[in-house]
Design a binder for this molecule. Sequence first.
Ligand SMILES: *[C@@H]1O[C@H](CO)[C@@H](O)[C@H](O)[C@H]1NC(C)=O
Ligand SMILES: *[C@@H]1O[C@H](CO)[C@@H](O)[C@H](O)[C@H]1NC(C)=O
Ligand SMILES: *[C@@H]1O[C@H](CO)[C@@H](O)[C@H](O)[C@H]1NC(C)=O
Ligand SMILES: *[C@@H]1O[C@H](CO)[C@@H](O)[C@H](O)[C@H]1NC(C)=O
Length: 310
Amino acid sequence: MYYTPTRIINLLFKCLLSLSLLSTYSNAGKMKIVEEPNTFGLNNPFLAQGSRLQPRVTPGPVSGPAHIQRLAGKCFSYIESTYKYEFCPFHNITQHEQSFRWNAYSGILGIWQEWEIVNNTFLAMWMREGDACGNKNRQTKVILTCGGSNKLAQVSEPTTCVYSVTFETPLVCHPHSLLVYPTLNDKLQKEWDEAEQAYYDDLITKQGYNNLLREIFEDAGFLKTQKVEKPNTTTTLKKHDSLQKCNEDARKQSEEIHRLQALLTQHNIPYDSKPGESGHYYSCTRSVMVCSVLTCLNSSLCEQISQRVH
Ligand SMILES: *[C@@H]1O[C@H](CO)[C@@H](O)[C@H](O)[C@H]1NC(C)=O
Ligand SMILES: *[C@@H]1O[C@H](CO)[C@@H](O)[C@H](O)[C@H]1NC(C)=O
Ligand SMILES: *[C@@H]1O[C@H](CO)[C@@H](O)[C@H](O)[C@H]1NC(C)=O
Ligand SMILES: *[C@@H]1O[C@H](CO)[C@@H](O)[C@H](O)[C@H]1NC(C)=O
């Protein structure tokens, strides 16, 4: 077989394709920020504790493992020195000074926002947008650990106005109790599988993989959406009849590239393929289509791809 010197064409395109469908969806999860004076230090002893606290935001949706969701609506308190802490999973965490002073402190340390996910595991619950603290707002990371009963076990403030709280519960003692993957629906599991495969095949970088995971977690409601400013995609949208087609194209192209690489290898023809640098990288996933530097090994294939995209 005869090969012309491999013409390498680098197509560099970045297209961010956000489906209008998804934008409606993400807006639904947006928090309404109410500008209210906070009640820091303004303790009115004639009001019941809590009722004078004015949350800045409404809590995020109850999400995560079903057995953990059962904690919603409950509250757990913990007294340490002169403070009483009250943690209401999926709602809020507050701090109350145990004192009869007229201005005893009572404040919100955070309102439930999102999970912290590390290594396919729900690690902690983030309660943010608490009472003002300088030009920031108090926030609290609640770490779930295995324990004999449901209780707050430890409170610290590793950095100013960022609190760290340990919540012990028998609900997380099973080694699989906090795994993320099993809590996803079929569609999102499939997307994760695809991202995993693409990463394994060097089609996407570690960062690209992490971005895809983040999107999956956002769709599942585990993380707050961080949707960046949407580019004007009216024109881009027309070029891809549907996302499915885009994914299908990406899959075919990737197969083709693999086939060609195998051919080149078989015939001992050197080719340029350093993953991450000039490596081929083409992936479309749901709302965001990540098209990056695509190194074509076959000029005819390149033309096809280029026609399809432009
Ligand atoms: C905190 O959550 C509890 C339980 O859901 C609720 O009763 C209380 O009003 C909340 N407090 C604030 C300040 O949001
Ligand atoms: C990630 O989790 C797996 C199994 O759940 C474990 O074997 C691995 O050590 C963890 N890696 C890190 C960096 O925590
Ligand atoms: C997006 O593009 C369309 C058509 O080209 C144009 O009418 C619209 O004003 C643009 N929107 C923004 C935000 O640039
Ligand atoms: C290049 O790709 C085209 C279209 O997929 C194919 O017909 C052709 O055989 C390929 N060339 C080589 C050398 O593999």
